[in-house]
Design a protein. Structure first.
Length: 408
């Protein structure tokens, strides 16, 4: 028999959020347009009929393009702003880390703001005093700065102190926006360790992040927003794939607009025709499994006789370089005579991680002078790694052994 579902802790019911944008900015414009204010403003729908339910213990990643409505939805859930229509209900204590220094008074010291912020989160003074030293230790602030006005803090110090107060308020629901990216690597590791402690304790976390790796690492569910609408709600890796699909739709649309000027850069002796991703049998591929043999086929046309070299480059969905291979590396010599040519690069047993990979191809002379270039020529998805995260995946195994002698 299936077990009973965990308690519902967040219920977002057909939420819509509209904002009014004003065309008239200056006082002069407002005076001139005093009788035309309605025409000088417009309505912008940031959230469009969002409904979702989150249960106890879930770690939900809210992802999407800039302007997709992620932070707005988090603020509505946290009660920072009201929905235009619909309702949000939640149960338990909620702590929100939504904006840099939110809830801090700039003229108060770090010590005073700890007590102020903790009281806003529902902590008694006695409780705050009991965890005060832990908050300061977690934030990493020295005694010199804890009694300094926070208006003199750096952005990193703001985030560290705000996060420390939030996580030590013992919330049932923790809302975290992208502000964690402001902290240094050491602090981010500490934050992720705290989030894992929350998960082990059965807390509910809603995380807004632009880092697909971070979402894949800690989240149990992904919600993808696009232009204020929810376009996906479900499995983390499927959600990341949907997110990358939306990125690629935008990227390829932009590339199509500039391809005439960006592609074909060079002297014109060689033209890049296209790139295909194929399996070992020569069939087209869009999804690559772990350990699979694939072929990346580069198609080019030599217009006038010239010695040439061709190859391809793999990038991830954010444009980071992953891998490069060309005919020089393989010791292949290409015919210099005019004509159309196909160059197959066979990659055996690829083990890319859960990534959308984009392929660009190009041609140069043997000494590296550009002849032609083709950006965003093709793309494919790699099979998600259910064990780890990163560019590569491995056939992993684990073993636990006791290193202590048995007691007598």
């Amino acid at each position: 028999m299936p077990s009973d579902p965990l308690p519902l802790v967040v219920d977002v019911d057909h939420v819509t959020k509209d904002f009014t944008t004003h065309v008239a900015k200056s006082i002069k414009e407002r005076i001139v347009n005093v009788f035309r204010l309605r025409r000088a403003s417009s309505r912008f729908r940031a959230l469009d009929d969002i409904s979702l339910q989150i249960r106890q213990g879930e770690t939900v990643g809210l992802v999407g393009h800039n302007g997709s409505g992620k932070s707005t939805l988090l603020k509505v859930i946290g009660g920072i702003i009201d929905a235009s229509t619909g309702a949000v209900r939640y149960r338990g204590r909620l702590a929100a880390l939504l904006e840099l220094g939110a809830g801090f008074h700039p003229d108060l010291t770090g010590r005073e703001n700890i007590y102020l912020n903790a009281s806003v989160l529902g902590l008694s003074r006695e409780h705050t005093e009991a965890v005060f030293d832990d908050i300061v230790a977690f934030s990493g602030l020295s005694s010199e700065f804890i009694d300094t006005q926070v208006k003199f803090y750096s952005s990193g110090m703001y985030v560290r102190l705000a996060f420390a107060v939030a996580v030590h308020s013992d919330p049932d629901i923790l809302l975290v926006d992208e502000v964690l990216a402001v902290g240094d690597e050491r602090f981010q590791v500490k934050c992720m360790a705290k989030i894992r402690d929350f998960q082990a304790a059965g807390k509910t976390i809603i995380l807004v992040s632009h880092s697909a790796d971070q979402v894949a690492d800690v989240c149990t569910r992904t919600i993808v927003l696009e232009r204020g609408r929810m376009i996906f709600d479900g499995d983390v890796f499927d959600g990341i794939r949907e997110l990358r699909d939306s990125y690629e739709r935008s990227r390829f649309a932009e590339a199509a607009e500039t391809r005439d000027s960006a592609d074909g850069v060079g002297s014109g002796e060689v033209e890049m025709i296209g790139v295909d991703v194929l399996d070992a049998a020569g069939e087209p591929l869009k999804y690559v499994s772990a350990g699979q043999d694939i072929v990346i086929r580069v198609k080019a046309r030599v217009i006038s006789a010239t010695p040439w070299v061709t190859g391809f480059t793999l990038y991830n969905s954010t444009g980071q370089f992953v891998y490069l291979l060309n005919t020089v590396g393989l010791g292949l010599e290409l015919p210099p005579e005019p004509g159309e040519y196909v160059v197959d690069f066979a990659l055996a047993g690829v083990n890319f991680g859960s990534k959308r990979l984009v392929i660009s191809a190009g041609a140069t002379t043997p000494n590296g002078t550009p002849l032609a270039n083709l950006n965003y020529a093709a793309e494919f998805d790699a099979e998600p790694d259910r064990h780890g995260a990163g560019f590569l995946r491995f056939d992993v195994r684990g073993e636990v052994r006791s290193t202590s002698a048995p007691s007598q």
